[in-house]
Design a protein around this ligand. Structure first.
Ligand code: AMP
Ligand code: ZN
Length: 115
């Protein structure tokens, strides 16, 4: 728990949010400023600032973010139409919240190419 981190405060129930899924390792809630009809953030309960800080023994936790995304894509009926998973890391990628989060975006045709 990092008291200066907005996502830690959400995890601790200290900040309002629209939670759509939670288990012992992750929580998922709606992005406050959605960039697509479905925009969910999947967040490990453990505070890890960015992918740059991931340790070898956290590989399974990072994998769990992706299997949770797969589950939420099915629940939201976008598994077949398609979706985009994004983890922004550092300034060039516009990372704004320094607690790892996997963006699940779907429900419309995405712009391409990326980057
Ligand atoms: P990133 O640029 O990958 O760090 O994205 C941070 C994301 O967190 C943005 O899409 C924000 O809209 C979202 N966000 C920031 N604060 C909150 C909040 N309190 N509840 C839900 N989403 C948030
Ligand atoms: Zn945090």
């Amino acid at each position: 728990m990092n008291p200066n981190c907005i996502f830690c405060r959400i995890i601790e129930g200290q900040s309002p949010n629209d939670t759509v899924y939670e288990d012992d390792r992750v929580i998922a809630f709606l992005d406050i400023n959605p960039a697509a009809p479905i925009h969910i953030l999947i967040v490990p309960r453990e505070h890890i600032s960015s992918i740059n800080q991931v340790q070898d023994d956290q590989e399974e936790l990072i994998g769990h973010l992706f299997t949770t995304a797969k589950h939420l894509a099915e629940v939201n009926n976008i598994a077949e139409s398609g979706y985009r998973l994004i983890i922004n890391t550092g300034p060039d990628a516009h990372q704004a919240v320094f607690h790892i989060h996997l963006h699940l975006l779907g429900g419309h045709q995405m712009r391409y190419p990326m980057g």
